[in-house]
Unconditional design. Sequence first.
Length: 149
Amino acid sequence: MRATVQRVSEASVRVDEEIVSRIGTGLLVYVGCATGDSDDDVRYLATKIAALRIFTDDAGKMNRSVVDIGGDVLLVSAFTLQADARKGRRPSFDGAAVPEDAVGRCAALAEALRRAGLTVQEGVFRAHMHVHSVNDGPICILLDSTRLF
C-alpha cells in the first residue's frame, strides 16, 4: 500500500456536485492498494499515519501527530499511486490491486485509523471525485508499506 499524506487546514470531496465528505484541520490521505497487500500493510500504514509527527508544537517544531492535535483524516482511494511511469509516457497500473480487493483494504485502513482514535471521513470508492484541499505548509509525505521509500 502506498499513501500520500498531506497536512491540511481543510479538505472535502465532491461527487456529482454534492459534498460527500469534509474535514477541518488534519490529514488528507490518498491511498493506493497494490496486488498482494495484506493486513500487515494496512496496520503499517495506519500506525504511520496516526503517529506521523508533522504538526507543529508550541516551539514551531513538527513534533505533533494528528492524534495529538485532535485532527481528522479524509481518506481517498487513488489507484494511481501504484502507477509505474519509469518507461514510456503512459503509466502502467499493473501493480494496482483489483477493485474487489482494494475496496476491502481501504475500508480496513479507515477502520484501523478509527481504532487509533481518529475521526475518519472517506471519499467514494471508484467514483469520479473532485477533491478540494487547503494544504498547510505545504507538507506532503509519501509512505509505502514495503518501505520502498
